[in-house]
Ligand binder design. Sequence first.
Ligand code: NAD
Ligand code: ZN
Length: 369
Amino acid sequence: MPPMSELIVTIPPAPGGGYKIHIESGSLSALWLRIEDQFPKHRKFVVTDANLVAAGHLEALIGTIEVPTYIIDPPGEVSKHINTAVSIIEAMESAFFGRDSVIIALGGGTVGDIAGFAAAIFKRGIRVLHIPTTTVAQADSSVGGKTGVDSSVSKNAFGAFWHPSAVFIDPATLTTLDDDQYRSGLAESVKHALIADSEYFDYIEANVAGLLNRDLGVLEKMAYSNCRIKAAVVAEDPTEQNKRRILNYGHTLGHAVESASNYKLLHGEAVAIGIIAAGLIEQDLGLGGPERLDRTKKVLNALSMPLEIPKSIKKKDLLEIIKYDKKAVNQWPRFVLLEGIGSVLCRDGQWAHEVSRDVIEKTIDRLYP
Ligand SMILES: NC(=O)c1ccc[n+]([C@@H]2O[C@H](COP(=O)([O-])OP(=O)(O)OC[C@H]3O[C@@H](n4cnc5c(N)ncnc54)[C@H](O)[C@@H]3O)[C@@H](O)[C@H]2O)c1
Ligand SMILES: [Zn+2]
């Protein structure tokens, strides 16, 4: 692979739509010139968070240049609410930013979702660039155009589809990420391999040690594969009418476990359990033997992911929570299922399937230690 990889993403699928994803380790400190070069006429406003500043990434990006910046503090999900988006927009207005502006989101999925949402609604929409800095953001949230903030009732209650004008990925930024965040975000990479690319799954299997050591060559290759897979799925179904649901593989029970743990389990950890659940359902429905699930478990285990539902979580709570799943029909979710590694089951044009309550209950039972 050349030192800098570039992917052209053809979403939104409108004339003139599409944007580039640049991937290069160590590129952060040279990015500002590149951004100035590509967007010379736009005023730039950076949104980041306090941890990114402490880790030195904001300084690496802007150096000694004075750039209007909004630093989200406290970092993380607690700040992902409408008031943060309002503060960003009012800070831009006070500094006379107009429609010729571009927001540069430097951070994980939280920064990206908030900054993307602010860009979508500021003066009816301005450009946003993503510089993702977590395993979740480099694999998942920076590509695909979903933006939003939480309400006091639910996650991403306020939101918009708003695609970036470009994405710049520097895998070296991951070296400062906390270990649990780093590992748990890798669940989305395993998910991408499972739903779309068996060779990518082989690659992850063979490179677990490199992944755990944050080997930059491995991380570049992973970023490329993740973005290629996610972009291809999103390009086919940008607003999640049907096929985009395959990106929710492992997420139906995963979300329920995450929520029932009161978010003590990280998203990726809960998704790992959800991926095992999907594998058990597949076996039950005759969609594959135990070898596939064994391989998946081995990879997730090597990444120190939990493979079982903690005993403190009650089965009846999980059964209640899944009724609210976004894929639910008549208060019962549809499940994305594999028929092989890299291949999602599609029947009658549908990518998510009805599974009986019996099978789900049995699956949950088998997931307890
Ligand atoms: N838009 C989408 O398609 C999409 C997809 C997946 C997740 N999400 C959203 O993303 C959010 C989660 O994002 P996340 O998992 O990236 O977590 P995050 O953005 O909250 O980051 C996790 C923690 O790591 C810190 N951090 C980030 N990068 C760092 C770095 N390089 N070095 C040191 N610390 C760093 C952050 O400050 C934060 O404390 C959720 O709100 C979720 O809903 C959105
Ligand atoms: Zn996820």
